[in-house]
Structures are given as structure tokens and as C-alpha cells.
Design a binder for this molecule. Sequence first.
Ligand code: ADP
Length: 399
Amino acid sequence: MKILILNCGSSSIKYKLYDMAAQQVMAAGGVEKIGLAGAFLKTKTPQAGKYMHDIPDHATGLRFVLDELTDADHGVIKSLSEIDAIGDRITHGGPFSESTLLTPEIFAEWKKYIGLAPVHSPAQAKSIQAVMDCLPGVPQVAIFDTAFHQTLPDYAYLYALPYRYYEEDGVRRYGFHGTSFRYVMQRAAEVLHFDPHHSRIIIAHIGNGISLAAVKDGKCVDTTMGMMPNEGPMMGTRTGDLDPSALLYVMDKHHLSPAQAIDLTNKQSGVLGISGITNDIRELVEATKQGNERAQLALKMYTYRLKKYVGAYAAVLGGVDYIIFTAGVGENQPPVRRGTLEGMEYLGVQLDLEKNEQVYGQETIISTPQSRVTVAVIPTDEELMMAQDTLRIVSQAKA
Ligand code: ADP
């Protein structure tokens, strides 16, 4: 079965075409700057290329992707009829608790929650519609970033606002990065030979955006992101946890509109805001080595806040058996892993400092053999998880 995975942002579409029988990625790339000057299609596989196009909307972007896949010269399939199913990444699934076949009824139901993710959901709705128009009859599966967290108990997902905002407006914590957490949990269990249904796991997805999840017996019981993806530890450009009064004070003093406040807290803050130089942890670590004090402060704040959540989740889980690092920083930045777990011997965590320094993106245990808690790096693969979901759901629907 050939499955096309789509990941749409407000101005981009990333794609990967899988041949599930051969367990192979046939093509991958993306369209960027949709609706903006300088839009282009970039291909990574089967060959690298960048093609400038006029791409006013997501439907046009999708058309270019499909044309690329079937291109007589460098395409990977002869006709679109070879695509058996599509998997769509949906940032905000509202109350949806698992990946699901996108029937017109489900699509209409999901659209009720578009307002919960005003940046991503409208673009994703357009892309789903464009697929329905361009590839009629090809089944689509929606994979929700929030679904994994629907098992949170009410006392973990509610904000302490008057209850009516939850009842009337759906104001609550939803959590994100769920597809990554699911993949990493499944893969960690395979690689480390444990039963996730009888384990206490903390997974730290540390990329530009950051989420931690506390997983007990296979179910997520708490996560750091909230109603929007800006709660929890300090991130590349996002504040993470912030007293709302501090933001209201700054807004009032500097006459900021809500849109400006959203930009301030999501794009200008975090590591970038504190260091004043970068949001990229690679560059930050370099700057700390050059003696840049603000970079050193930013890195200290960054790991300190990660550590606080590891401690909090150990408390939530009543102890911890596995701590797993994933995503760009979690997979590739030894100083962040070291700083996060420093001084946690009391919890049974003994990091193998030498091994930690050598691990860049490999599936590896980085705790000592004596450590009560197993610490490991497991690279995430959200698209593969999406392709597996799509295969399973489409096969079930056909059966
Ligand atoms: P996103 O949340 O945008 O998907 P990523 O998971 O790609 O982000 O993570 C981006 C961060 O990961 C950056 O801060 C970058 O410095 C770091 N990173 C990514 N790849 C590497 C690498 N090979 N070596 C060191 N750091 C990396």
C-alpha cells in the first residue's frame, strides 16, 4: 500500500510518500511560503531540488506536490491512482481521542473545533478539502496531535478558571506532540524490551517546541502543553509557563494588542528572548562555550525548567522507570540531557556522563547499568507513526 502523509502549516505543506510493503520512503519534500512572495516546492527525495512557483493557496500547493510525485522525468509513481490512502496531521483534534477515517461527517464534526487552533486548523481544513477534490475516493485518515492526551484526568486538564469557560468555550489543557509521544513510547518498549502497559515513563520531546508527557501503564496522565502550545518548559522562542499577570502588565505598559502579545510570547521569547542571539540550541551551546553570559543564563533556565517538570512528573507517576529523550534537541544535545538530569540520583537516575556525550540521534541507553531508572534516547518519527495509523485504519475499514 502506498500512503501519502501530509503535514500542513499556515503557509506550508510537508509530504512523505511511503511504500508500506517495502517499508520505504519513496518521496519527501514540501511547499513553503504559500500565499507569499517567493513560494517554492522543495524535494528531498528521490532527489534534492527547489522549484519556484506561484502558490496562492493550499489547493495549488497540493497540486504541485501531486504533479511532482507523478512527474514523467523524476516522479516516483506513474499515476495518482497508485496512492491508496492519505494521512493528514491535524494539530488540534478537540475531543477526538484517536486517529480516525475522515468521512464527510467526521470532517464536519472536526470543523466545529477550528477556532481552537486559529493558525493551523484553517490551513489543515483547506488541505483536507483539496485532497477530497483532487483525489476523490481516496481514503483520508486524520491523525491528531492532541489525541494521546485525551486520557488526562479532569484535575490535570482543567485550568482553575471559572468552570463555565470549560463548559461553554472548551477552555482546558489539550496537550500536543501526541503522535511523537505515541511513536516514542511504542519504539522504546520494542528497543528496551519492556511492557508500556506496566511502566511509568517520562518522555521529553525537546525540539523548537517542547512537551513532556507522564505516561502510566500506557496512558498519558499529564503533559506540559496546554490549550495552545505555549505552556510548560521554556522553549526556543516561546515563554512556556508564565504568570498571566506579567503578560497583562507588559501589554498594558507597552500598549500591545492581543496579536502582538501572541507574537511576543510565541516568537520573541524563550531562549531567543533571554540570550538575545538565537533560538537554536546548537548555536546557544556554542555561545556558552565562548563565555557569553546571557547564553549561559538561557541554557541554565532552559535545563532548570526541564528538570522541574521531570521532578513533577516523577511525583505524578509515583516514581519513574524510564526517561526518554527525543526530537532535535533531546536527540542531539548532550548538555541539555545532562543539565536536565543533574542531581537526580535521589530519584534513582544515574546518567552515564561519558555515554551521554557520545549519543547523537541513535537509539541508545545513556544511564549506567546501576541506574534504577533507565534513561534513553529514542529518535522520533511522527510521519512513520502517521503512516502506520493510516494503514491500520484503512485496512480495518476495508475488512
Ligand atoms: P521542531 O520543533 O521545529 O520540529 P526540531 O525537533 O527539529 O524542531 O528541533 C530543533 C532544535 O534541535 C534546534 O534547537 C537545533 O539546534 C536542535 N538540533 C536539531 N538537529 C540537531 C543536530 N543534528 N545537532 C544538534 N542540535 C540539533
